[in-house]
Design a protein around this ligand. Structure first.
Ligand code: CMP
Length: 403
């Protein structure tokens, strides 16, 4: 006899709690038994079915695991959750690479989406599987899904480590992750908590800099991995793919910029967006000269990641070091604001990621804002004072100043 709904719900909760405890204690067989009970009581609970499939795979019961993933793939496809369906199919193929039925399912799933979703290159109109995919033309979406690799990462483990080189980005199918950044000589802080449908890892991929943050699985995660080769290969056929990834990349850069330097905070959202469309990102290896003493700066530089040396050379050739520029530092503003030559050379000490705003953009979008203009002038003044104080011959500080 069926239980009253409230009683069934309570039991489901108890079994799920017990399963979670069993997983924590390293008892997958017991956890599997718990999740099976959950599925019995609540057959439409896809998350519990996924757990059953994953635990079966973990326990080496491949055939049964394949059956469960298969069931899930069909359910997801019926619900229009293509991304989940394809991840389930890919997991079956990882367990049994020759699984004929799944290969056919994957093909028909894609074909079904193809006919269902109408005209050529129309944006997807299903509930957005990811903010990335929702903006892609259908043909790009399908081509990409066919190539992706599935990865599973247990809760608590890092997926990406800040500072390392990376050659893939990830789409989160199941689970949650935390994006954490640790500035030099400072405590880690959380930049974002991302859930199903989000993607991450695009920054190192696009800018070819070390990873800008660590991304940790906060729950067991199923991910689709997109390598740089895939992105490049697809990008040549479908420029829209690169455009969409770039757009997200820029939005995150802007988010990082606003966190690391308060200068732009007073701008309205619209103004911030306008600026983000105009800045260029630049990544450099250690030892790259960014500003050269004696020249004029024609851009405003914002250091998002890394550290730079600042060195002044006096007429006798004696070099004098100024304090290093660290994350959040801004330079080039004195030359830009006051039209003076730069009296110090700025050179990257580590791999650096910078945002560069050209003179036109600064004049058009930044300086008209009184609060921002005031902050920039204040910064210039402080630096000029510091330079004057540091130079033994204070009188020399004329017409040419530090950055
Ligand atoms: P990448 O630098 O390759 O690796 C770390 C990832 O964290 C980065 O790409 C972004 O995908 C993600 N990330 C960085 N900053 C933010 C942010 N402010 N909000 C959300 N995600 C971010």
């Amino acid at each position: 006899m069926a239980l009253p709904p409230s009683e069934a719900q309570q039991l489901v909760r108890q079994y799920k709690d017990s399963a979670a405890a069993n997983i924590l204690q390293g008892k997958p067989a017991e956890a599997l038994a718990d999740y099976r009970k959950v599925v019995e009581l609540s057959p439409n609970d896809s998350a519990a079915r996924l757990k059953v499939a994953e635990l079966l795979a973990q326990l080496g019961q491949r055939q049964e695991a394949v059956r469960e993933f298969h069931h899930l793939a069909i359910r997801y496809a019926a619900e229009g959750q293509t991304l989940h369906a394809i991840a389930a199919c890919k997991l079956i193929l990882a367990l049994d690479p020759g699984h004929q039925e799944t290969q056919e399912n994957l093909a028909s799933l894609i074909a079904m989406q193809d006919t269902e979703q109408g005209t050529e290159a129309a944006p997807l109109d299903k509930p957005a599987p990811t903010p990335l995919f929702s903006q892609l033309p259908r043909e790009v979406f399908l081509a990409l899904l066919g190539m992706l690799e599935v990865r599973r990462v247990p809760g608590g483990e890092p997926i990406i480590t800040e500072g390392e080189r990376g050659s893939s980005m990830f789409i989160l199918v199941h689970g949650t992750v935390r994006v954490v950044h640790t500035p030099e000589n400072s405590l880690p802080h959380t930049l974002a908590e991302l859930s199903e449908g989000s993607f991450f890892g695009e920054m190192a991929l696009i800018s070819d800099t070390p990873r800008t943050a660590t991304v940790i699985a906060t729950r067991d995660c199923t991910l689709l991995e997109v390598t740089r080769e895939m992105l490049t290969r697809l990008g040549t056929h479908f420029p829209s793919l690169e455009q969409v990834v770039h757009q997200f990349y820029k939005e995150r850069l802007l988010d990082d910029l606003l966190r690391s330097n308060p200068l732009f905070q007073p701008l309205s959202d619209e103004q911030k967006r306008a600026i983000s469309q105009r800045f260029q990102s630049r990544s450099v290896e250690p030892g790259t000269v960014l500003l050269q003493q004696g020249q004029r700066s024609n851009a405003l530089y914002l250091l998002l990641r890394g550290r730079c040396f600042v060195v002044h050379q006096d007429p006798e050739g004696t070099e004098r070091s100024y304090p290093d520029m660290t994350e959040g530092a801004l330079f080039g503003e004195i030359s830009l604001l006051l039209d003076l030559r730069v009296t110090a050379t700025v050179r990257s000490a580590t791999p650096c990621l910078l945002l560069v705003l050209d003179q036109e953009t600064v004049k058009e979008l930044v300086l008209p804002h009184p609060e921002v203009r005031r902050a920039l002038t204040q910064l210039s003044r402080e630096r000029l004072d510091r330079t004057a104080a540091m130079l033994a011959e204070g009188a020399e500080v004329q017409g040419s100043f530090l950055i």
